[in-house]
Design a protein around this ligand. Sequence first.
Ligand code: ATP
Ligand code: MG
Length: 298
Amino acid sequence: MTGPERPIHVHGDIEAANVVIGGVQNIAGDLTISVVRQASWSRPVAPNPPQHFTGRRDELDRLAEALRAGRTTAITGVQGMGGIGKTALALAAAAESGFGSVLWASLGPEPAAVGHLVSWARHADPGFTAGDSAPDVLAGRVRAALTGLVRDHCPGPVLVVLDDVWEGPSVDAARLLQLAAPAGAVFLITTRSQRVVAQLRSSRIELLPMTPEDALALLRRLLPDHPGIADEHLSELADVMGRHPLAMELAAGQARLLERPETELPDLVAQYRGGVPEGSPFATSVWNWVRAARTTLS
Ligand SMILES: Nc1ncnc2c1ncn2[C@@H]1O[C@H](COP(=O)(O)OP(=O)(O)OP(=O)(O)O)[C@@H](O)[C@H]1O
Ligand SMILES: [Mg+2]
């Protein structure tokens, strides 16, 4: 062993050594120091779509065409419905869109616009901070940073997804984020509100309940351990849920809890036909959407 007071002797095939002993760095021979620097930029990408994403082929094709044409487009749900699959569709569209970069921000009723702006800008400069810039000045700084990023490192079209825009402050946040997008970016919005569609001057794709084929395929994917359940019973479950994706996910969760889903599913369907069963995970809002979706189907 050696120590700080006893120099390291280098011989044989070894030309240099760098040894830390007891917190003291011991260097012998000719040493080349190379600094590993963190990548100074990163490509913005969208989160992944849900693994069990199913169907919506027609909507995906219409969306792809609108986005390719550069049209700001909003995904809405029939009757302002939540849980109908707007965000899931936006994720799937972003994944297969062919846009080189995707800037994503989920806004909601109380959006954190500055946080989104800063995280967008950090793709160009990991040390970016908002400082005390006024919002429009900050948006301009972010736009400059992103424009440089796209020009120098990520050439190609940019998709900006403004997910879950509500009326009020959420629209203001969406407008600010639009200001921060690099020139030529295309905007995809999801919202429950028709008014937001008008305020953001978007064209619109309205999501209806799923088709019978897609709804059946979704329930099959959600119940992989029960291939013995008859198509007929799964289709009945889909219909009684209004082919509403969130409702079908919750119902599939209940079906998994049954001792023998293959034989007991019709009873569960019968219960749902009568309304929301005691102790089920359906919130009132979801059950209202199910009823509205059923009306849409009939
Ligand atoms: N096409 C689909 N395939 C599989 N799962 C889906 C599909 N569409 C929606 N889902 C699932 O249904 C649930 C609700 O979907 P999502 O969050 O996209 O609804 P939303 O319309 O954005 O609702 P909100 O208005 O509350 O934002 C999610 O768990 C999602 O994974
Ligand atoms: Mg959503």
